[in-house]
Design a protein around this ligand. Structure first.
Ligand code: ADP
Ligand code: MG
Length: 366
């Protein structure tokens, strides 16, 4: 596994449970995945010797973040199985490429109107075309709302473009969102399955809460699942793919995708027959797909470092409630915005699960 964060950690747990051994390549030590892995190679992702070592020890490799250097993936795929492959990775690494891909392959759920920005001179015409207000986003390396700015005028957009270092960007219309949803698709060489759609709430650009199933009609649920599976098919994707959609009064729009398990799919650990991480391990190892069937409605809430506030939250507040599952990622240092863990509340009534998750979170934050 290239990358040693919480996604790598949950993959490691799933793979080990299936009887596999896991090597993690990650420069920082200690790291959440390295603490559990059979071996932690402490080196940069593009360190040739470390990649050689990984190639010798492992039969297959994957990555837990899309900013993984393309040359590391290229280097490994000449030696061992790497999933997902370099081509779908390159699409998911670029907002422009993924929007273009969605426009072509899933016109029923098109991307939000957008224009590429390569240089400041393109901004006035692009703003005109897209319509105000807009969001300027860097083409690459954005996450958790970073590398984004809401802009109303050419001057705003030019200032943001220069703040981002004049890198390639996309200017897109800022929509009035009714709901945000996402779906996890697992696809092997022959089949794909989609999980129930999750409904997401963000705070400060970071995912706060996901509830599954989403509070959407069966028609929209199917539309979203079909679109995401079409994208996976068109990419000839082998692995776990997450796709985010916006729901507005004008219909459903593609937002972005991630070539890996996703924070909004953490509920699958507690509420589904096979989790998104188990699917990742199965696909990597050539096993048949597991069942994405959800057995209980679930609400996941992220536990960010902000909650620590100089001391660890009082987990006893959760431990008395048998419907709550707590997941901590083994990070020693809590920083604002840092994902330290999550909780998942299960209840046959989704509204009860949601209310309970919100009130437990309030208590933890008090
Ligand atoms: P990332 O998740 O990589 O930080 P996103 O493009 O998903 O970037 O944007 C983060 C959040 O910002 C979205 O989940 C949504 O809440 C908001 N957002 C992004 N683009 C738009 C848009 N075009 N219109 C309205 N809200 C948006
Ligand atoms: Mg997003």
């Amino acid at each position: 596994m290239l990358g040693g964060g919480q996604l790598g950690r949950m993959f490691t747990e799933a793979a080990q449970r299936l009887g596999y051994r896991v090597v993690v390549l990650e420069p920082s030590e200690p790291c959440p995945a390295g603490l559990l892995a059979d071996e932690h190679l402490v080196a940069d992702y593009d360190h040739t010797e470390a990649l050689n070592r990984l190639g010798e020890m492992c039969e297959a490799a994957s990555y837990e973040f899309e900013a993984v250097p393309a040359q590391a993936v290229e280097y490994l795929r000449d030696r061992i199985t790497v999933r997902p492959d370099a081509q779908p990775l390159s699409v998911a690494q670029s907002r422009l490429a993924e929007k273009h891909f969605a426009a072509e392959h899933t016109p029923a759920t098109p991307p939000v109107p957008y224009q590429p920005i390569e240089e400041a001179a393109q901004i006035p015409a692009a703003l005109e075309q897209v319509g105000s207000p807009c969001i300027l986003k860097t083409d690459r390396l954005g996450y958790d709302g970073k590398g984004q700015a809401v802009v109303e005028s050419p001057a705003d957009a030019e200032a943001a473009f220069s703040r981002f270092g004049n890198v390639s960007c996309v200017l897109e219309r800022r929509l009035d969102l009714q709901q945000e949803v996402s779906v996890i698709v697992a696809r092997d060489c022959e089949h794909s399955v989609a999980y129930p759609v999750a409904e997401n709430e963000h705070r400060n650009g970071i995912l706060h809460c996901s509830r599954a199933p989403a509070n959407i009609s069966g028609v929209v649920q199917e539309q979203v699942q079909d679109s995401a599976r079409k994208i996976a098919d068109a990419l000839d994707y082998h692995g776990v793919l997450a796709v985010e959609y916006f729901i507005t009064s004008a219909g459903v729009f593609f937002n972005e995708m991630a070539p890996r398990p996703h924070n909004s799919g953490h509920y699958t650990l507690d509420a589904c027959v096979a989790s998104q991480f188990e699917q990742q391990a199965r696909i990597l190892c050539g096993l048949p797909l597991g069942a994405p069937t959800q057995h209980t409605p679930a609400v996941m809430i992220n536990l960010l470092g902000d909650l620590w506030n100089s001391r660890e939250p009082d987990w006893a507040l959760l431990q008395g409630d048998p419907s709550v599952r707590l997941h901590l990622y083994g990070k020693k240092e809590a920083r604002p915005g840092r994902k330290m863990g999550h909780l998942c509340v299960l209840d046959p009534d989704p509204d009860v699960a949601y209310a309970r998750a919100c009130s437990l979170y309030e208590e933890l934050s008090a």
